[in-house]
Every structure is written in structure tokens, then in C-alpha cells.
Design a protein around this ligand. Structure first.
Ligand SMILES: Nc1ncnc2c1ncn2[C@@H]1O[C@H](COP(=O)(O)OS(=O)(=O)O)[C@@H](OP(=O)(O)O)[C@H]1O
Ligand SMILES: Nc1ncnc2c1ncn2[C@@H]1O[C@H](COP(=O)(O)OP(=O)(O)O)[C@@H](O)[C@H]1O
Length: 177
């Protein structure tokens, strides 16, 4: 019952939530305590009122990092499928975990924007293309891809089960389960 935060960063529609939920199901079946801090749910409650400016995204990511660390330090495996587009802010969250001696793993769900924009789960890419939305991560807003993530998942080249399996193997190898 070690507890850790697993942050899945990547573009909208990359597969962050799908992979997190698949891994969460598997971990629960194995008897682990698991929470998925879903970006949309967080923005409805913990981060209600925040938008998508750099300052608001940073505030959102710091809040989520704080809550994830609290849960993880109590033995929960916390899966965080949240874009977190800025490298500095992701690094802050990693340091916050290190300072408290809490496990932290950064996973880059590296689906290319060409694939994400076809999947377009919430229609955001279409709305951006139609001029109805601006500031979409990876299109007309920055996404700083992690240079050295703990794991990079090519979610356009493998199944959800394979991606969840690769992450499970990493966590096991690091003694985080
Ligand atoms: N402009 C813009 N850019 C990026 N994403 C947008 C935007 N507007 C709405 N959305 C939707 O908001 C979802 C949650 O974003 P996050 O909290 O994960 O993003 S962030 O880390 O604060 O940048 C995010 O969810 P996912 O698609 O699951 O990644 C988007 O669907
Ligand atoms: N190999 C794959 N891995 C992950 N998701 C996939 C894959 N193939 C297709 N998909 C689909 O892509 C979409 C990804 O959406 P979602 O998980 O909500 O992305 P995100 O949370 O990154 O915005 C889902 O509809 C999922 O079923």
C-alpha cells in the first residue's frame, strides 16, 4: 500500500482518460485503492471558474498536484489524466511530491495532433477549425511535450490494454504498487 501519483499528460483526445480508467479498473481488481482525478470533474468542482489562460491552467495543475499528493501519501494510487501543458508547472508538481517523499510518475500520452483531431471526442478541434474556439492546446495554444517522461505511450500504435499494461509494469518495477 505505497501510494503514488501517476500524471498522464498529453493533448485533448490523446487517450489520457481512457488509459487511466483502464488501469484504474485493473488496479481496483487487484485490491489497490485508486482515484482518478479527471480534468473535467476537477474543473466542475475544485477549479470551478478557471479558464484556459496560462495562469488558470497553472493554478489548476498546482491544485490537482496538491490534492493528488495528499491522497497518494495516504496509500492511494492517484491517476491524473490532465493536459498540464507547461513543463515548468509539471516540474513543480514533481518537486512537491519529492519534498514529501511521495512517489510520482510522469507519463506522456504521445498521440500526434493529427490523430487527436480525428478522434476529437468533445468536438474541440472541429470548433477550433470553424473559428468558434481559440486557445486549443496543441493547435493554437502551447503544449510543451515532456523531454524525459518516466514513460512515453504511443497510444496511436497500441491498444488501450497494452498501454495500461505498460504503465502497470512500470509501477510494479518501481515498487509503487
Ligand atoms: N482551449 C482548450 N484547450 C485545451 N482543452 C480544452 C480547451 N477548452 C476546453 N478544453 C477541455 O478541457 C478539458 C480539461 O482540461 P485540463 O484541466 O486537463 O487542462 S489544463 O491542464 O488545465 O490545461 C480537456 O479535457 P481532455 O480532452 O480530456 O484533455 C479539454 O477537453
Ligand atoms: N489505442 C488507443 N488508446 C487510447 N484511446 C484510444 C485508442 N484508440 C482509440 N481511442 C479512443 O480515443 C479517445 C480518447 O479520448 P480520451 O481518453 O477522453 O482522451 P483525453 O482524456 O486524452 O482527452 C477515446 O474515445 C478512445 O476510445
Amino acid at each position: 500500500m505505497s501510494g503514488a501519483t501517476i500524471w498522464l499528460t498529453g493533448l485533448p483526445s490523446a487517450g489520457k482518460t481512457t488509459i487511466a480508467r483502464a488501469l484504474a479498473g485493473r488496479l481496483r481488481g487487484e485490491g489497490h485503492r485508486v482515484e482518478v482525478l479527471d480534468g473535467d470533474e476537477i474543473r466542475e468542482f475544485l477549479s470551478a471558474g478557471l479558464g484556459f489562460s496560462r495562469a488558470d491552467r497553472d493554478t489548476n495543475v498546482r491544485r490537482i498536484g496538491f490534492v493528488a499528493r495528499l491522497l497518494a501519501s495516504h496509500g492511494v494510487t492517484v491517476l491524473v489524466p490532465v493536459i498540464a501543458p507547461y513543463a515548468d508547472t509539471r516540474e513543480e508538481v514533481r518537486k512537491h511530491h519529492q519534498e514529501h517523499g511521495t512517489g510520482y510518475v510522469e507519463v506522456h500520452v504521445a498521440t500526434p495532433v493529427e490523430v487527436c483531431s480525428v478522434r476529437d471526442v468533445k468536438g474541440l478541434y472541429a470548433r477550433q477549425a470553424a473559428g468558434q474556439l481559440s486557445g486549443l492546446t496543441g493547435v493554437d495554444d502551447p503544449y510543451e511535450a515532456p523531454a524525459e517522461p518516466d514513460l512515453r505511450i504511443e497510444a496511436h500504435r497500441q491498444s488501450v490494454e497494452e498501454s495500461a499494461g505498460a504503465l502497470h509494469a512500470l509501477l510494479t518495477g518501481r515498487g509503487l504498487l
